[in-house]
Design a protein around this ligand. Structure first.
Ligand code: NI
Length: 205
């Protein structure tokens, strides 16, 4: 098949290659940013993408690549996504769009007032945040804590413990969702986390 004359086949080929690239880089991660996280975020993003007019290919690519250059996973700043995108057959416009999403997605960037302005970016950001809350979010919070030698609880909701992380970040995410669809899911998942925290403190008594 001549890929040049068949843009959809070319996109499928690129997505397949990108999945392989991401899998190889994140396979051994144990901090809650493993390939299963990427897989869940990508599926969630594609579900959201069906409800809003957008470039679904850009959504899927940005979801697949969103954690590759994350400072949490790389002690030194990296540009692996840009290097990767520059060597595949993709328009400059789409490369820029994907990079602006992967660069600006994080909670740290949001706290600095940086917003993701494209609909594709809003979708991927919400999908990533949805994976940080609810039952999976609880599991990931403690997995990340374990991987980073963070205690479960140190007696306060304002220290470096995993329990404090719920109050510092996870419970706030529902109010930071970009899209109504995601906000509704986030409200349910946040209620579950509140139930969990309530039970945790009951057992401490
Ligand atoms: Ni992520």
């Amino acid at each position: 098949m001549n890929m040049k004359n068949n843009p959809l086949a070319l996109e499928q080929e690129i997505l397949k290659e990108t999945k392989g690239f991401v899998k190889e880089l994140l396979e051994s991660d144990s901090s809650g940013h493993d390939y299963e996280h990427i897989f869940r975020v990508t599926n969630q993003a594609l579900t959201l993408a069906n409800k809003y007019p957008c470039d679904k290919f850009v959504v899927e690519m940005a979801a697949l690549l969103h954690d590759i250059d994350d400072p949490k996973l790389n002690p030194e700043p990296t540009h692996k996504v840009e290097t990767y995108l520059n060597q595949i057959e993709l328009s400059r416009e789409r490369i820029e769009k994907i990079l602006s999403i992967t660069h600006n997605l994080s909670f740290t960037k949001s706290k600095k007032g940086i917003i993701v302005d494209s609909i594709e970016g809003k979708i991927v950001q919400d999908a990533d945040r949805l994976d940080a809350i609810g039952a999976i979010g609880i599991a990931r919070c403690f997995a990340y804590g374990g991987a980073n030698s963070r205690p479960i609880y140190k007696g306060s909701t304002d220290d470096e413990s995993s329990i404090a992380h719920f109050y510092q970040k996870l419970l706030k995410l529902k109010d930071m969702m970009n899209l109504e669809e995601s906000r509704n899911i986030a409200i349910e998942r946040t209620a579950l986390m509140n139930d969990y925290l309530h039970a945790f403190f009951e057992e401490l008594k």
